[in-house]
Design a protein around this ligand. Structure first.
Ligand SMILES: [Zn+2]
Ligand SMILES: [Zn+2]
Length: 475
């Protein structure tokens, strides 16, 4: 960027005149003190988030054109084209207001002091802001256009300004501006806040956890809006088998584009998932883009989850609406997934709940039904099964998950076995065990990788028929 200060400016008056003018500028000193107090209190450096600001060393005073608030300093910045917005910002008279009208008043006074000043102005393009203040209304209009279909009550606002503009602005302001002058970025953000308040929009500006994050490019005036996700905590019951917890892309086409023949264009291996049965009606109701599903563990596709259900967090991405009664959402899920999935205890939560849910490890109660051939004496068989109660079992990583889990041996406790019943060749047991127990393997032993097991204590081959999670003992 070229230096926009014309050369030789400020040399028109003779040195004595200048010195006098600067020396008589004492009336400004009380203004200056008030100014410094102000800027300390409102800590302007914290309003935005992209933070590419910097400070440079104040340069030594140039007596040919001393810094504002000296009248010669003000005359100089007017000469180099500084706009009324920037004039009030760097003149040292900020207590007279912050808008362009206050800048215009200062300009008028300067023109009265020096009748020639108007003709000495070298350009009408402000070297401090590149006339960006004139775009404030435009920026705010674009902002609300972009967000016209989005509910929000809090906003985090940032503006990106080209580094060379900031450097040049800082250089000129340090050299000719009054000490403690508000920097460009803070002033622009402040003007944008002010404009938004003028429009009477209900929005709070925050530094964290906003509903929307807005970043404006000061060069192109492009407005980028990031609508932040919202989160719902709840517990789900899966009443039907054959439903995976999360969306499962088609194996053949991997869910790309428009799907393939094998998934009939759905892109999904299983049409239903707990994620979509719960998430889709909610996504639609909130006008959101997509969802993520975070469960407290997961059950296999063929396993039901009953009782009070499994805790989960649903992340709703880019929602247009942020506030609907949760009772309505529960009802929508109920209508969408009859006989498949139910939701309880739904409430709004924050992102931190995801980790809480993911890290929590709870004991679970299962009902498992299996076939065991050649049991002659049910009473002896029952005693053998009950002998596992309170035992700690060793489980090597099961074969069926070894492709995605590291091989290791886990020790898990069978807390209790509450019920054993027989029906022909089928046995049903209700048991409670530690988090992370592979229950199917506990029954069939996974070719001896789990010891002891129901199969080992019975001495018969066992084959799992079905499994239900009866309760997850989470708080
Ligand atoms: Zn300006
Ligand atoms: Zn496919």
């Amino acid at each position: 960027m070229q230096d926009r200060e014309p050369e030789g400016t400020g040399n028109e008056l003779d040195e004595e005149d200048e010195w006098q003018l600067y020396a008589s500028a004492g009336y400004a000193s009380s203004e200056l003190e008030a100014e410094e107090k102000d800027s300390e209190e409102d800590k302007p450096g914290e309003i935005w988030f992209d933070g590419d600001d910097f400070d440079s060393e104040r340069s030594t005073v140039n007596w040919d054109s001393p810094p504002c608030p000296a009248p010669l300093g003000i005359a100089h910045v007017i000469k180099i084209g500084v706009c009324n917005h920037c004039l009030i910002r760097i003149s040292g008279f900020r207590s007279r207001g912050s808008g362009p009208d206050s800048g215009a008043a200062i300009r008028e006074e300067a023109l009265l002091r020096d009748r020639e000043l108007q003709s000495k102005i070298t350009q009408d393009y402000c070297p401090l802001c590149e006339n960006l203040f004139e775009d404030i209304e435009n920026i705010v209009d674009r902002l609300f256009d972009t967000l016209s279909d989005t509910d929000f009550s809090t906003m985090q606002f940032g503006i990106h300004l080209p580094k060379d503009l900031l450097q040049e602005e800082d250089r000129i302001r340090s050299k000719y501006g009054a000490p403690g002058s508000y920097h460009l970025k803070g002033a622009i953000v402040e003007s944008i806040h002010k404009r938004i308040r003028e429009l009477d929009k209900k929005v709070d500006f925050v530094k964290e956890k906003p509903d929307v994050m807005v970043l404006v490019d000061g060069l192109t005036l492009r407005v980028d809006v990031d609508v932040r996700p919202i989160f719902l905590y709840g517990r789900y019951r899966k009443l039907s088998r054959g439903i995976p917890q999360t969306r499962w892309p088609c194996r053949a086409c991997r869910g790309r584009a428009l799907g393939c023949e094998s998934c009939e264009g759905t892109g999904l291996q299983y049409l239903d998932s707990v994620q979509d049965l719960i998430g889709e009606p909610i996504r639609e109701a909130l006008g959101a883009e997509d969802t993520s599903f975070h469960g407290m563990g997961r059950e296999d596709i063929d396993v039901r989850c009953l009782g009070s259900g499994r805790p989960f967090v649903l992340e709703v991405k880019r929602p247009s609406r942020r506030k609907l009664p949760v009772e309505d959402l529960v009802e929508m899920v109920k209508i969408n997934a009859p006989g498949k999935v139910e939701v309880d205890n739904l409430k709004w939560c924050t992102r931190t709940k995801i980790n809480e849910v993911k890290q929590s490890r709870s004991e679970k109660t299962y009902m498992i039904r299996f076939r065991a051939e050649g049991i002659d004496d049910n009473e002896i068989a029952e005693q053998s099964i009950l002998s596992l109660e309170g035992q700690v079992i060793d489980q090597e990583t099961p074969k069926r998950v070894s492709h995605r889990r590291a091989a290791k041996t886990r020790r898990r406790k069978i807390t209790s076995i509450d019920k054993v019943s027989f029906e022909g060749e089928e046995v049903e047991i209700t048991l409670r065990c530690e988090a992370g127990t592979y229950v199917k393997e506990l029954v069939h032993s996974d070719e001896g990788r789990t010891t002891p097991s129901v199969q080992s204590v019975l001495g018969k081959d066992c084959e799992v028929v079905r499994l239900d999670v009866l309760e997850i003992h989470a708080d």
